[in-house]
Design a protein around this ligand. Structure first.
Ligand code: NAD
Length: 498
């Protein structure tokens, strides 16, 4: 929750509908990456703050939220969607000022999340048990689908509202309550979401927000009253979180990173494919989990596609993320800028060539900003580190291929499996690729498309479980089997009845 203190916005935690400072009194400061200046201060939370938030979530679960009908719960989610969309501009401005992504993109995300809340709000009263036709006809056996309890939601900085709603909407539709730990880079919009939930009529304690870095996240993961962790972030943190949650037998949904291949066949519509390659990596300055960071281009059109890519990339307008004509903003943090630089340097050292970019750059009037040139690398050996590790920046690695088997092997040769793009006019090739590529999403003749009703998640090290679509609700439910004996027959106590 925000108060104005000198020039900086200042936020406390949000627990049971109240603004509450961290119990230690510690705070941290966030930076605007477009100019390098301090933007706001936030509560640096520890386990005592997480305890208070989990307790509030427990009380809401056992109290007002747990007592609501599923239909009413769903209606409140829909009303929340309308409230968020009504404040999309304000939310987007907060996010842009914290992660440097284009205002237009942040606003589109804050507007479209209402569709997620309509969809999952609508699903709330379609969660049904079943009557099981047992062999033992005297028993009425049915299932109840019940919420897990308190869900810990941990999100990254690249699409704060979008990813928060993707996790929270199915969890809330299933009747759970939430403790949200936003990224320390982009914490502000989480408070606006929580405040708007209250305005929409969602009871206090259903959505609680605690801010901080790893310590706060770890306290949530380790809390014995948190039934499930829904984590979106890097594979390294996901691995750590899953092992901690596993140690106390709490389940996890993990939405992790990627190194997604974007494949252009010789029969593709080249204009569309070039735009698809660009959108896959340079939109959002490469700071999306689904970034198409490896382009594989058929050798018959390789030079032509490379030329066109380089021509187009030269025209990308870097600048202020708030300006309507900016096409690429800065890296979100100084650490991400450093990572872009270091990973490109080691790729070059391992034999790659930069066809464009590869360095930090500056933008007039925003000299303190964390800007990095859109970068195209080629002549990459398969064991070049940049072919395996996620950069999370505007760096495209382009490689030629000759036949379908070869490109499938190359595309599947990383530990990741989040997404893949295929550009071809050949229908049987398109469907064959869709089957053979190890990825949770395969786009054919399009890229970077998502929908509330289409499952999204990773194969291999890109994650466990799915967000979006009906199956995501199942991941926040547990099934109870109820047995009612309807006959008065006295049973043999020493023989199990089947
Ligand atoms: P990150 O893993 O560093 O941090 C993500 C969140 O986890 C933050 O809130 C952070 O404070 C918290 N965290 C980090 N370590 C933790 C720990 N040990 N215990 C508990 N909490 C911890 O990721 P990031 O740099 O914020 O985001 C970028 C990453 O997110 C990229 O790898 C990207 O691919 C991934 N991502 C995945 C998806 C998806 O849907 N698959 C979407 C967006 C981003």
């Amino acid at each position: 929750m925000q108060t104005q203190q000198s020039q900086l916005a200042s936020f406390t935690n949000f627990i049971a509908g109240q603004q509450i400072p961290s119990q230690s009194g510690r705070t941290f400061t966030s930076i605007n990456p477009a100019n390098g200046q301090e933007w706001g201060t936030f509560a640096e939370s520890g386990s005592e703050d997480v305890n208070a938030a989990v307790q509030a979530a427990r009380e809401a679960l056992e109290g007002p939220w747990g007592k609501l009908s599923a239909t009413r719960r769903g209606r409140l989610l829909m009303a929340w969607g309308d409230k968020i969309a009504g404040q999309a501009d304000a939310i987007a401005r907060m996010e842009s000022a914290q992660n440097g992504k284009l205002l237009a993109e942040m606003k589109a995300q804050a507007t479209v999340v209402k569709e997620w809340l309509y969809y999952f709000g609508g699903l709330a009263d379609k969660i049904e048990g079943r009557v099981i036709p047992l062999e033992r006809a005297s028993v009425l056996n049915y299932t109840l689908r019940e919420p897990l309890g308190v869900v810990g939601v941990i999100v990254p900085w690249n699409s704060p509202t979008f990813l928060t709603i993707m996790s929270c909407a199915p969890a809330l539709a299933a009747g759970n309550t939430i403790v949200l730990k936003p990224s320390e880079v982009t914490s502000a919009s989480a408070f606006e979401l929580a405040r708007l939930a209250g305005e929409a009529g969602i009871p206090p304690g259903v959505i609680n927000v605690v801010t901080g870095a790893r310590e706060a996240g770890a306290a949530l993961v380790d809390h014995e009253d948190v039934a499930k962790i829904c984590f979106t972030g890097s594979d390294a943190a996901g691995r750590h979180i899953a092992s901690r949650a596993g140690a106390r037998l709490a389940s996890c949904t993990l939405e992790l990173g990627g190194k997604s291949p974007n494949i252009v066949f010789g029969d593709a519509l080249i204009d569309n494919a070039v735009v698809g390659l660009l959108a896959g990596i340079f939109a959002a300055a490469g700071q999306t989990c689904i970034a198409g960071s490896r382009a594989y281009v058929h050798d018959s059109i390789y030079e032509q596609v490379l030329d066109r890519l380089v021509q187009r990339v030269k025209q990308i307008r870097l600048g202020d993320p708030l300006a309507a004509d900016t096409q690429m903003g800065p890296a979100a943090t100084a650490a991400q800028l450093q990572k872009n630089e270091t990973m490109v340097a080691s790729a070059l050292q391992a034999g790659a060539e930069a066809l464009h970019g590869g360095r930090r750059t500056s933008v007039a009037g925003l000299e303190g900003g964390y800007f990095f040139e859109p970068t195209i690398l080629h002549r990459l050996s398969a064991n070049n580190p940049i072919m395996q590790e996620e950069v999370f920046g505007p760096v495209l690695a382009v490689t030629p291929f000759h036949d379908d088997d070869e490109v499938v092997a190359l595309a599947n040769s990383t530990k990741f499996g989040l997404a893949a793009g295929v550009w071809t006019q050949n229908l049987s090739r398109a469907h064959s690729m869709a089957k053979r590529l190890q990825a949770g999403t395969v786009w054919v003749n399009t890229y970077r498309a998502l929908a509330f009703n289409s499952p999204f998640g990773g194969y291999k090290d890109s994650g466990i479980g799915r967000v979006n679509g009906m199956e995501s609700v199942d991941q926040f439910l547990q099934t109870k089997s109820v047995w009612c004996e309807t006959s008065d027959e006295i049973q043999d106590p020493f023989v199990m009845k089947v």
